[in-house]
Design a protein around this ligand. Structure first.
Ligand code: PMP
Length: 387
């Protein structure tokens, strides 16, 4: 990444006099290492040891549609949704994927008509998650095609609409926006967890995607799961994963099961007022609350940017009113600067610009889930940028 260009270096603070001096602060990606501290605190509660002879087979449960799904992992998925109350699992098929990214592609494959004369349109309301366009079109599939913003979609015929709620990048709670009858919805619920948004009720959609990456912070495990109502769709998603990777790492599924178990245990212990363990969601909620407070203060001090405001609401999991505090800050440059990403780059703050999400370059997306030292340096530096 080139750091040389900044069209607007009209800041009152020279770069080498800024907090952190010359260091580059990279908050362009959504790497969830903020959660590392909690898992260190947990010691061996989420440690997994796998002897060399175990989990050698390709197969997990040949009686299940998703034959590579580890029963222990499936059990903990059902349990964590019951404990958190964020999704209905009854009457659902669970399909495990190498991250929810693989499940997104599996869903497109499963939902596309395989005998159509042209690819089915895939849409999502802008600003949308920046990986959807590239993931959808990278193989120039004859089955499906990225068409862009769902709000301006007016083509006749079937389509797939992605509903990301809360949304990446702007944190808003969303519903489908295309008002037509022949659409198929895929709900990406990566952030529908109590640290990010008040849980209002268990969601109950046809296809729901979840991931450990954003729920527990274990992005490196590469485990996601889909809750799917329709048996045929679950079967086709399983076929896609079979064709791609002949299943999903058992080692990772077992580790995910252990981590989800630790999360559910910590939530139940906290609810029962057992002091021995800190609740994972309380810990992460409080940490994010602290960060959002610091960020809002820095933005106010700087006077050059704005952040979205979110109404608090009752969270059925925390059993109190909670604030939405998204995993990303969707920040707008309020001064006369066209390209906020390159402007911040001039201050050695790396973010992802609005264009990648299908909107104006006046916006940038900033990860709120980085390590403490990086985040703290960022807010300090941001507050010194005055125009
Ligand atoms: N959907 C959304 C909305 C995301 O933000 C992300 C991660 N940035 C993903 C899916 C992909 O997650 P995974 O690591 O499970 O592939």
């Amino acid at each position: 990444l080139s750091l040389s260009s900044s069209s607007t270096s009209a800041t009152t603070t020279p770069i080498d006099a800024q907090p952190g001096g010359d260091s580059i602060i990279n908050l362009a990606r959504g790497d969830p290492i903020m959660f590392e501290r909690y898992w260190r605190q947990m010691g061996d509660r989420a440690t997994v040891v796998i002897p060399g002879w175990q989990y050698i087979s390709y197969f997990s449960d040949v009686t299940n549609i998703c034959w590579f799904l580890e029963p222990e992992f499936a059990k903990e998925v059902v349990r964590v949704h019951r404990v958190v109350g964020n999704a209905v699992t009854e009457g659902r098929h669970i399909v495990v994927g190498t991250g929810s990214s693989q499940l997104y592609l599996a869903a497109l494959f499963a939902l596309s008509p395989h005998n159509a004369s042209e690819p089915i349109s895939v849409v999502s309301q802008a600003p949308y998650y920046s990986s959807y366009p590239s993931m959808t079109d990278c193989l120039k599939s004859g089955l499906y095609k990225w068409v862009g913003d769902a709000q301006s979609f007016n083509k006749e015929g079937p389509y797939i609409e992605l509903v990301t709620s809360p949304n990446n990048p702007d944190g808003n709670v969303r519903r489908s926006v295309v008002n037509k009858s022949d659409g198929i919805l895929v709900h990406d619920l990566a952030y529908y967890w109590p640290q990010y948004t008040p849980i209002s009720s268990p969601v109950d959609h046809e296809i729901m995607l979840f991931t450990v990456s954003k729920s527990t912070g274990h992005a490196g495990m590469r485990i996601g799961w889909a809750l799917v109502k329709d048996q045929e769709v679950a079967r086709r998603m399983t076929t896609f994963i079979e064709l791609n990777t002949i299943g999903v790492s058992k080692d990772s599924q077992l580790r995910a099961a252990k981590v989800l178990k630790a999360v559910s245990d910590s939530s139940e212990h906290a609810a029962g007022n057992l002091e021995e363990e800190e609740s994972f969601f309380e810990f992460s909620y409080l940490l994010l609350a602290e960060r959002w407070k610091l960020l809002r203060k820095a933005v106010e001090h700087s006077g050059s940017f704005s952040l979205p405001e979110f109404p608090p609401a009752f969270c059925t999991f925390l059993n109190r009113v909670s604030e939405p505090q998204p995993a990303f800050a969707w920040m707008k440059c309020e001064v006369d600067i066209e390209d906020c990403e390159s402007f911040l780059q001039g201050h050695k703050i790396l973010t992802r610009g609005g264009k990648e999400f299908g909107v104006s370059p006046k916006y940038v997306r900033i990860s709120m889930l980085d390590r403490d030292d990086n985040f703290n340096l960022f807010v300090k530096r941001l507050s010194t940028i005055h125009l």
